[in-house]
Design a protein around this ligand. Structure first.
Ligand SMILES: [Zn+2]
Length: 73
């Protein structure tokens, strides 16, 4: 059997020696968990979502202008 590789630090370790699979140690498991939490907090919206919201906002603004013109006529 080949040894598993820790996804956090990248070292090969013996599966039997680890109680924190798939990580080599408790430190690596917490490091990886903290990394994911930080990324989800730092980026609440993706660039695609931001562009979609901007397009929706300008579309609603155009519609409002047209309705005002109709009322004046
Ligand atoms: Zn590790």
């Amino acid at each position: 059997m080949s040894n598993p590789q820790c996804p956090s630090c990248g070292i090969l370790f013996e599966k039997a020696n680890s109680k924190t699979m798939p990580f080599c140690s408790q430190d690596c498991r917490q490091l990886d968990l903290g990394k994911w939490l930080n990324e989800s907090i730092r980026i609440p919206l993706s660039p695609e979502e931001m562009a979609e919201r901007r397009q929706l906002a300008s579309f609603e603004f155009d519609n409002n202008d047209e309705s005002i013109d109709e009322e004046e006529i």
